[in-house]
Design a protein around this ligand. Structure first.
Ligand code: HEM
Length: 444
């Protein structure tokens, strides 16, 4: 039903709630109509240019090179911990932030950067504050109550501080911008503004909205959409491996056999790694990182499956419910990566597997997210055994509800697995299903 609705233009609107009002019609996630369509096309074009498509092999490598730079930094950092019990959150935040910031604005942060620390505090606070006023979307009269007036003011202040961080980077960027050398998404936007000025089209650009505010909101949208979701999925992947060490072990056996112990996995290996890929899919299903998707709204009165849905009705896609529906999945409560492998040993995705949404407003960063999750997850498992520190209890598989479903704090021990000079020695035997079929075709 969600698929049928969300492929229709009239379901691609956005509810005019507190989020919508606060963002003033800027950006991409909370816009609708012509500006959303144009911006989506433009951002999509930029991301494709950087290799976010299976059709752009040359630039895929560029994207992979950027991600792998961060993977290697992370692995070095983790190795330096020498197996001590570790909270991975800070490392994951930095690594995933650096990937998205490098694509958006060619910026990267060190593991100890105080500026980034401040930004993350503000972003976490923003997510929490927004979570606290969600009632206002359904009971708008509450906005006059002193408690909500105070909370709304805090949100505005939080937004200004977050935006100032990105504004400083945009201002620096403008000083070094060269129209002949587009380094990142931000440069593509600066180029677009320059072109509009040269052709006298400046007033029509972004539907006449303020150029600087639009660029800033786009950067904020892509940063927040891309960082929190990917980082949280990586956490869940590690947590599921703590709960299911036998799955972690079969991934390691697969990686040792296909990749060998002389190098790290690459994106080209993915089609030959069905256990790894199906485990990532099962983590995405079980963790339901974006449990309620993003709200849509009807752009006009709609007749759908015999129902009349009035214009501006908010539509919430219950992705969590889809992921756990016993009519769609056999034993949905079980963690079973093999549900994504068909009888021929190939990875397969059923139509109802939609962790990135579906239809006209589906996730713009799906390709990037899948590449990041695969490279970070497979490289961590290839390099380390993941263990629960002695005396610690297994982290809960119940997420804390917010815009994303987040795991609670937990610690792990990462024990280095040696890389060998002779890649053929010390490799365990593969399970039968892997020995017989070595040429897997991934679903991507
Ligand atoms: C595991 C990682 C991710 C998950 C699970 C995820 C999931 C989603 C979902 C469920 C939606 C809502 C689709 C809808 O409205 O129907 C969405 C939208 C979106 N995502 Fe992602 N996402 C992820 C990573 C990313 C990344 C890395 C980026 C950055 C490039 C990104 C950018 C966006 C944008 C811009 C939208 C809004 C699209 C629109 O309204 O037209 N996401 N994502």
């Amino acid at each position: 039903m969600i698929k049928e609705a969300f492929t229709k233009e009239e379901f691609s609107g956005k509810p005019s709630n507190e989020f919508y009002k606060l963002l003033g019609g800027y950006g991409i996630i909370n816009t609708q109509g012509t500006i959303w369509r144009d911006q989506r096309r433009f951002v999509h074009g930029c991301l494709r240019w950087f290799g976010m498509t299976i059709f752009n092999k040359k630039n895929n490598n560029q994207l992979e090179t950027r991600i792998m730079g961060e993977v290697r930094c992370l692995l070095d950092n983790l190795k330096s911990q020498k197996g001590r019990p570790l909270d991975l959150n800070h490392c994951f935040v930095i690594s995933i932030t650096n990937v998205i910031c490098s694509l958006l604005m060619s910026v990267r942060f060190s593991f100890t950067d105080p500026l980034l620390h401040q930004l993350m505090v503000k972003i976490d606070e923003g997510f929490r504050l927004f979570g606290g006023i969600v009632f206002l979307n359904y009971f708008p009269f509450l906005r006059r109550f002193p408690y909500f007036v105070k909370e709304l003011n805090k949100i505005k202040e939080n937004k200004e501080q977050t935006h100032q961080f990105f504004q400083n980077i945009i201002d620096d960027h403008k000083k070094t911008f060269k129209s002949t050398n587009t380094r990142d998404v931000l440069d593509f936007y600066l180029l677009e503004i320059q072109r509009a000025e040269l052709t006298g089209n400046s007033q029509n650009l972004f539907e006449g909205k303020d150029h600087n505010s639009q660029i800033r909101q786009i950067i904020v949208d892509l940063f927040t959409a891309g960082m929190e979701t990917t980082k949280t999925t990586l956490h869940w992947a590690i947590i599921y491996m703590l709960h299911y060490p036998e799955v972690a072990q079969s991934i390691q056996i697969e990686l040792d056999a296909v990749v060998g112990r002389k190098r790290l996995p690459t994106f080209e290996d993915l089609p030959y790694l069905p256990i790894t890929e199906s485990t990532i899919f099962e983590v995405l299903r079980k963790s339901s990182v974006v449990p309620l998707g993003n709200s849509h709204a009807t752009t006009k009165d709609v007749f759908f499956r015999g129902l009349r849905i009035p214009k501006n009705t908010e539509i919430v896609p219950l992705l969590y419910a889809i992921n756990n529906d016993p009519n769609l999945w056999e034993s949905p409560e079980k963690f079973l990566p093999s549900r994504f492998i068909n009888s021929e040993g190939r990875v397969t995705k059923p139509d109802h597997f939609i962790p990135f949404g579906i239809g006209r407003r589906n996730c713009l960063g799906e390709f990037l997210a899948r590449m990041e999750i695969f490279l970070f997850f497979s490289c961590i498992l290839h390099t380390f055994d993941i263990k629960l520190p002695e005396g610690h209890i297994l982290p809960s598989l119940e997420g804390n509800f917010g815009i994303t479903l987040n795991p609670g704090a937990y610690k792990v021990q990462l024990i280095e697995r040696p890389f060998l000079e002779d890649s053929n020695s010390n490799i365990q035997t593969l399970p039968d299903c892997l020995n017989t079929k070595r040429m897997y075709i991934g679903s991507h």
